[in-house]
Structure formats: structure tokens, C-alpha cells
Design a protein around this ligand. Structure first.
Ligand code: C5P
Length: 238
């Protein structure tokens, strides 16, 4: 079965990260953000060295040329995927996508998938209106930005469980989605507000799930981490 889960390696020591990769590399892929800043790009090589795949979650947002340069640097690291903010605009996304295509061809590198971040789930309609002076609903913006990302050549977007159907209906089922805010029924919600179960997110059509604490803190639920992943995978396939 193709791997569907990105384990969010947030706020961990390098030792803990490498231990998790060792334990879970056969069933999940690994999402890094603060770890990249703390431990540097060598961490990606170390995760690869242990047989893990990486989602580099750095959400690039800059002028097109700069994001194109980031994209080349990411391609050199041979990650599975990375992301950019859709609000960086069409030209930025297009340049990232074209650069990945041409650079990977030229250097004979595996092409990483590129995902767009539409509207952060920490923002709501009030933030859009009052801070950004955007007079559209979150849903309208998500749909618009997902379509723009598709047109620019991105492979998909990161979206909340509420938005999976909306994105798939607008962009087609081959346009990929990654969904965070996932909580199996047996786990607690932590600081996540709008959560959904892995099963529901997959039923709604999402391609990938981001899950962190329910797996990392599996002991809290009296199970090993491998067991937590197994339970989630079983739940998804039922
Ligand atoms: O499963 P858990 O809540 O531990 O996962 C947290 C991870 O998901 C973090 O890396 C966070 O950045 C990411 N994420 C999120 N909500 C979003 C987007 C990303 O929790 N809307």
C-alpha cells in the first residue's frame, strides 16, 4: 500500500526523530519544519539514510526568482515533497513548478511534488476581512487559490478536512490534497480545533494525512507507536 501518512516531527530532539524514523519508516513518511532549522539540511540525508521519505514543510513565500532558487535547493535534497504559499501568487508558483521540471530533468533528479498552502487554518473569515481586507469567505478563497495552484502546475494543496471535497470538486481528483488536523477516535484533540478522523478524511477523498501527536504520544493511549500507525491504517482501509 502506498504511504498515506506524514508523521509531523515537531519539537523533537534529533535522537527522538531518528528513533521514530527507524521505527516507522516502513509505514509513514516524515514531515519536518522546526527540525530543519534546528538540525540543518543534513537531517534530510540522515532520514533518507534510514530509509525514510521527507515532506519539507517550509512554506516558501517570496519573489518568483527566490522561490525558484529554493526549489532547486530542495530538489538537490531529493525530498518527496515541499510546499509554497499560494498567496505568493501565480508567477511564483509557476516559476517553482517550471524550475523543478527543468532542473530535475537537467540534473537527472527525482522530481519532488509541490503543494500549495491556500489559507492557513489559523485564519478565519474575520482575519481575512479585518487584517487582510479580503472580502471573500475562506471557502471561496481556498477554491480560488487551489485552482490557481493547479493552473500554475502545482501537484496539489494542503487543506483542512472541511475543504477536501471543495478542492477535489473544483480541481479534479488527480489534484492531490494533504490534510492535517487528524485525530483517530481513540485520541485527544490537543490544540487542534477542527478535527476529523483519518477514516472520514480518506472517505472525503484526501490523498495524504498529517498526523503528529496521536502517533508520537501513543504511550498515552497504552500502545506502541507502531501499533498506533497500524490501527490508523486499518481504520482507513475499512
Ligand atoms: O497531529 P498534530 O496536531 O500533532 O500535527 C501537527 C502538525 O500539523 C504540525 O506540524 C502543524 O504545523 C501541522 N498543521 C496543522 N494544522 C494546519 C496545518 C498544518 O496542525 N492547518
Amino acid at each position: 500500500m502506498e504511504k498515506k501518512i506524514f508523521l509531523a516531527l515537531d519539537n523533537l530532539s534529533k535522537k527522538e526523530i531518528l528513533q521514530l524514523v527507524e521505527e516507522l519508516k516502513d509505514t509513514v513518511m516524515f514531515k519536518i519544519n522546526d527540525a530543519f532549522t534546528k538540525f540543518g539540511p543534513e537531517l534530510i540525508e540522515e532520514i533518507h539514510g534510514k530509509g525514510g521519505e521527507v515532506f519539507l514543510d517550509l512554506k516558501f513565500h517570496d519573489i518568483p526568482n527566490t522561490v525558484a532558487n529554493y526549489s532547486k535547493a530542495v530538489a538537490e535534497k531529493k525530498v518527496f515533497c515541499f510546499n509554497v504559499h499560494c498567496l505568493g501568487g501565480f508567477e511564483m508558483m509557476k516559476k517553482a513548478s517550471e524550475t523543478i521540471d527543468s532542473y530535475c530533468k537537467e540534473k537527472n533528479l527525482r522530481k519532488p511534488l509541490i503543494f500549495g498552502v491556500t489559507i492557513l487554518t489559523s485564519m478565519d473569515e474575520k482575519t481575512l476581512k479585518e487584517e487582510m481586507q479580503v472580502n471573500y469567505s475562506v471557502e471561496e478563497m481556498v477554491k480560488h487559490l487551489a485552482l490557481l495552484a493547479k493552473k500554475a502546475g502545482l501537484n496539489g494543496v494542503v487543506c483542512s478536512s472541511k475543504e477536501i471535497k471543495l478542492v477535489k470538486e473544483a480541481c479534479g481528483k488527480d489534484f492531490l490534497t494533504i490534510t492535517p488536523g487528524i485525530r483517530p477516535q481513540w485520541s485527544v484533540s490537543d490544540d487542534q480545533k477542527r478535527i476529523t478522523t483519518p477514516k472520514k478524511a480518506v472517505q472525503d477523498g484526501t490523498d495524504f494525512l498529517v498526523i503528529g501527536r496521536p502517533i508520537i504520544q501513543a504511550e498515552k493511549y497504552n500502545m506502541k507507536r507502531t501499533k498506533a500507525v497500524k490501527k490508523i491504517l486499518q481504520e482507513i482501509s475499512l
